[in-house]
Design a protein around this ligand. Structure first.
Ligand SMILES: [Zn+2]
Length: 291
């Protein structure tokens, strides 16, 4: 739901971190050496392509190489769980901003420090393109999405997602898809949760429909209708005329008054991933004529 904003120049660090890891069973040869020796010709791509190729590049490689779920030699080399997982998690802790789940924006998945000063994290890394079927993409930076447990295990596993990933530069979910309320009562007023349906709607296309379905977003956000009620009630208390008055009174701009009243961090798109439900709040704000 939220596009990942990667920091600059992290790909080389990621690459060095993995490519030089040694395999004891293979006479301490590195991932890079083993890949070049065993797979480079067959795969017709480089280890760089696999480790930090763009999401689109990975899709192209996937379509070309296809299902390798039965190739033990490939699984052995790109073994995420036993050999690389902890190094990759550390990399994400250090170099990728991780606050809320990039798939759903419902849960916090932040890192924290324990009493004995160890860094722990609340995220799982989801392989957007299934690593069981395509084991050669198990270590690919842009195939890994920091996500909550619900998105990674509970809901997603049933289907793979065919649409763009939050790791893709073309991922445009925030612009294309909006939370919208739909009245369900006759007096056209929202007073309680039963008065409306809350749904994600995409304008003029169906690109993200499957994404919304797979992650069960409409069903999961139904629980969070209370947030919409809170905003609507606050908006009733502070119509535009009241905001104008307050702006004059406090000598602030109307924009600043809105931010004080309705939430400070939500008016900048770059910050959406920092707080849970911020996309919901932003879209409903705009529906209420505040943004
Ligand atoms: Zn999630």
């Amino acid at each position: 739901m939220i596009k990942i904003a990667y920091k600059k120049n992290i790909t080389q660090i990621y690459y060095d971190n993995l490519a030089n890891r040694e395999f004891q069973k293979e006479n301490n040869k590195t991932l890079k050496e083993l890949f070049d020796e065993k797979f480079k010709t067959e795969f017709d791509c480089t280890l760089e392509d696999l480790l930090y190729g763009s999401f689109e590049k990975l899709q192209e490689i996937k379509d070309r190489l296809g299902d390798m779920s039965k190739r033990d030699d490939v699984k052995e080399l790109f073994n995420y769980e036993t050999k690389f997982q902890k190094h990759i998690s550390k990399f994400f802790e250090q170099y990728v901003e991780v606050h809320t789940c990039y798939f759903c924006n419902i849960e916090f998945i932040n890192t924290f420090m324990t009493k004995d000063e160890k860094i722990k994290n609340g995220f799982t890394l989801d392989h957007y393109i299934d690593k069981g079927k395509y084991p050669y993409l198990a270590l690919s930076l842009y195939n890994l999405i920091p996500s909550c447990y619900t998105c990674n295990s509970k809901v997603k596993r049933v289907h793979s997602v065919e649409t763009l990933s939050p790791a893709s530069t073309h991922f445009d979910f925030d612009n294309k898809v909006k939370f919208k309320t739909f009245m369900q009562n006759r007096n056209l007023q929202i007073d309680c949760e039963d008065d409306f349906a809350l749904l994600l709607k995409e304008d003029f296309s169906d690109i993200y429909k499957q994404y919304i379905d797979v992650f069960e977003l409409d069903g999961r956000y139904k629980y969070h209708k209370y947030k919409v009620i809170e905003m609507i009630n606050r908006r009733k208390e502070y119509p535009d005329s009241r905001i104008k008055e307050l702006a004059l009174l406090t000598q602030k701009t109307e924009e600043e008054v809105k931010q004080d009243l309705f939430s400070e961090y939500l008016f900048e798109d770059d910050n959406l991933h920092k707080r849970p439900l911020s996309k919901l709040v932003k879209d409903i704000f705009s529906e209420l004529g505040l943004a």
